[in-house]
Ligand binder design. Structure first.
Ligand code: FO1
Length: 327
């Protein structure tokens, strides 16, 4: 069985760890992950790919488990030295070990390798046990339109900021008027992306952010169409449990696209043209009828990724729902 997963950062990476586990138990070895690169940012002359790295470090055993991003056992000497030169931004925590990844990546990109080849080379070290593909080799950057908050230069003016500035510096604390994956309309899927979707037996949407993670991947021309037309079950897991995001600030960006932060509304946002099955948490069992009325098969199961066993069960439930849809 060939499984394709569209993944963002922390939620996607943790789900993948459970999926890899249940897949092993069920004798499945072919997992392709299409990673979001809309969160990528250029800092200090380096290309940083937070979501690809989060997946790679999490599956490769190098992640800071508590934080969910960045390297375990990290130090911040380089960041301190940069700050001593007055070189920022100071709000983005790049650690010394992590810096090495960005240096290797940037060096390979400068030598002419596409991001997909660079990602493969980085994964040679981490052996994540899945094939990790960036959604595109082209530069795509998610920007968020905000009103500059009080106390900052240009307060009250509307402007677009990089997603990481909105997410990390502003902690999604101001209203997002719009979310735009800049460059997506001209981008092409990375080599292997459309082929993997076409060859898949099942496509999974982990409990990643529906707007800035999975939504951005689907914004690359050709990917949404390939998923919709693959003719195989597409099953998603709700990132909203009990009307709140399990992690992160998904509700803030959902509001920007006019979607309420409920498990049922997120399913409707993807729509039956894309989704065949949707898992909601048991606390949201009341959403079943609404999701099914939207033409999407729905089941309520525990969706909190409290440990590997619980996460593997969730992934197993997603595969079971796919089998049920297929039957
Ligand atoms: N998230 C934070 O909340 N603060 C940070 O300083 C930060 C730095 C960072 C560095 C490398 C990396 O791979 C991820 C990092 N993240 C940080 C996580 C990241 O901002 C977001 O969680 C994802 O982009 C959303 O998926």
């Amino acid at each position: 069985m060939r499984i394709v997963v569209l993944a963002g950062g922390i939620g996607g990476a943790r789900f993948l760890r459970g999926l890899r586990e249940i897949a092993r138990e069920r004798g499945v070895t072919d997992i392709t992950v299409i990673g979001n690169t809309g969160d990528d940012i250029h800092l200090f002359g380096l290309k940083v790919c937070p979501d690809l790295d989060t997946v790679m470090y999490t599956l490769g055993g190098g992640i800071d488990e508590e934080q969910g991003w960045g390297r375990a056992d990290e130090s911040f000497r380089v960041k301190e030295e940069l700050a001593a030169y007055g070189v920022g931004p100071d709000w983005f925590g790049l650690g010394d070990r992590d810096f090495a990844t960005h240096i290797v990546r940037t060096q390979m990109l400068a030598a002419g390798y596409p991001l997909s080849a660079v990602t493969e080379a980085l994964c040679d070290r981490w052996q994540p046990g899945v094939r990790l593909l960036p959604m595109s080799d082209d530069r795509i950057e998610t920007h968020v339109a905000i009103t500059v908050p009080e106390g900052e230069p240009g307060a009250g003016e509307r402007k677009a900021v990089h997603f990481q500035e909105y997410w990390v510096r502003l902690r999604a604390g101001v209203e997002a008027h719009a979310v735009v994956p800049v460059g997506a309309e001209r981008a092409e899927p990375a080599p292997g992306v459309l082929e993997a979707i076409a060859a898949a037996d099942v496509v999974l949407f982990p409990p990643s952010n529906p707007v800035v993670s999975i939504g951005t991947i689907l914004a690359v021309p050709g990917i949404r169409e390939a998923v919709a037309e693959a003719g195989v079950p597409v099953v998603g897991l709700s990132p909203i449990v009990g009307d709140a995001p399990v992690r992160g600030m998904a509700d803030k960006v959902l509001a920007a696209v006019g979607v309420e932060a409920t498990a049922a509304a997120v399913a409707e946002h993807y729509g039956s043209g894309l989704l065949d099955g949707w898992l909601v948490d048991t606390v949201d069992a009341g959403a079943l009828a609404r999701v099914e009325a939207a033409g999407i098969r729905c089941r309520a199961v525990p969706l909190l990724m409290t440990d590997l066993a619980a996460t593997a069960r969730m992934a197993g439930d997603a595969l079971d729902l796919a089998a049920e849809v297929r039957a």
